[in-house]
Design a protein around this ligand. Structure first.
Ligand code: 5GP
Ligand code: MN
Length: 336
């Protein structure tokens, strides 16, 4: 948590209306959007003018979240976004800790600013750009950090159904529905409080997870058929080519969660999912692991990425086949 002086100073500043912009990482997930909109609703209750800028579009499965339609998409409304950033009194950067995570162009826009920033994030190795940093890898989600941040300011009573709904989304998605290791008694206490604020937790689960299109399930079927085992390394991987994505009418968010199937196999403690993106000319990679197998390190060292010990991502500029070859070669080398 921020220290007492920082909290005091911030609380004082937030007592009079300010222009505040909230920024999340590129390809925002449930935690990025949930934490951003949860904080947005909270700051609006405190009478601030607040905008949420996402570097690129959010996935369809989050389209029902309160106020998400007002999100400013940097890649589509660049001039407006830059204007908002420049005229902000404060910028909150949520669910990431290095400005390059917002993408090449937005990174440049953020780097040129003198606006004080506040980072709230749970990834490893935070950069030093913010005025205030609340960075803690022991949290399972940024949403749980926002909840603690609101409480630390003494504003629990302000948390309403909208705020609670947003925060519940990120806690649920980043914890794999309360099963990943960073899910603590504190997490459940937080969620209990959010439910007591009137959210419909069961309906939120339906909206998040039981809303798939037919083609999305067919795509999952193809991904599972492509799943390969590397028994000697206790590893597995999934590939999806651009052609396969096109065949199943891929939409943003359709591959969310697919990587986890590779880890659900007996005897497997590390998995990767390689997804071809012809437009960007990259292979986007997701890594997952169990126990002390550190995929954050792995992604940082070999695939221009990072994340958490058990969940990380990265990218490759080789083609799909070469990328998979490289992956297997690294596993072979690390074994020796
Ligand atoms: P996912 O596989 O769900 O896209 O990402 C898993 C975790 O790794 C997330 O916490 C995400 O922030 C992080 N991550 C994903 N892609 C990248 C990347 O390209 N660079 C870095 N530094 N982290 C990433
Ligand atoms: Mn997160």
């Amino acid at each position: 948590m921020l220290n007492e002086n920082e909290l005091k100073a911030l609380k004082l500043k937030l007592e009079t209306p300010k222009k505040i912009t909230i920024v999340s990482h590129r390809n925002p997930d449930g935690d990025a959007v949930g934490s951003s909109l949860g904080l947005l609703h909270f700051l609006k209750e405190l009478k601030h003018e607040v905008h949420f800028i996402s570097p690129n579009d959010y996935p369809d499965f989050l389209a029902w979240i309160p106020n998400i339609k007002n999100t400013v998409i940097f890649e589509k409304e660049t001039d407006k976004a830059i204007e908002l950033l420049k005229s902000s009194d404060y910028i909150f950067t949520l669910d990431f800790n290095a400005l390059h995570r917002t993408g090449e162009f937005m990174e440049k826009a953020l780097q040129g600013l003198t606006v004080p920033m506040i980072m709230i994030d749970h990834h490893q190795a935070p950069d030093s750009y913010p005025l205030y940093t609340f960075s803690d890898i022991n949290y399972g989600s940024t949403c749980e950090m926002i909840y603690d941040f609101i409480n630390a300011l003494g504003y629990n009573h302000i948390i309403n159904k909208e705020i609670a709904t947003c925060l519940y989304v990120g806690i649920t998605t980043d914890s794999g529905s309360f099963r990943f290791p960073k899910t603590t008694a504190k997490t459940h206490n937080c969620v209990a409080d959010l439910i007591s604020k009137g959210i419909n937790n069961s309906e939120i689960h339906n909206l998040l997870f039981d809303n798939a299109s037919y083609s999305r399930l067919q795509l999952l079927g193809r991904a599972l058929q492509n799943l390969k085992l590397l028994k000697e390394y206790n590893a597995s991987y999934i590939t999806l080519t651009q052609d396969e994505l096109d065949t199943f009418n891929y939409k943003k968010g359709d591959t969310e969660g697919i990587v986890n199937y590779g880890l659900s196999l007996e005897g497997i403690n590390m998995t990767a999912c390689f997804i071809e993106n012809k437009e960007e000319g990259i292979i986007k990679i997701s890594f997952r692991s169990q126990g002390n197998v550190d995929v954050n390190q792995f992604a940082r060292a070999h695939f221009n990425g990072g994340g958490h010990i058990n969940a990380a991502g990265g990218k490759s500029f080789l083609n799909l086949e070469e990328t998979v070859k490289k992956f297997i070669a690294i596993l072979a080398e690390e074994k020796h």
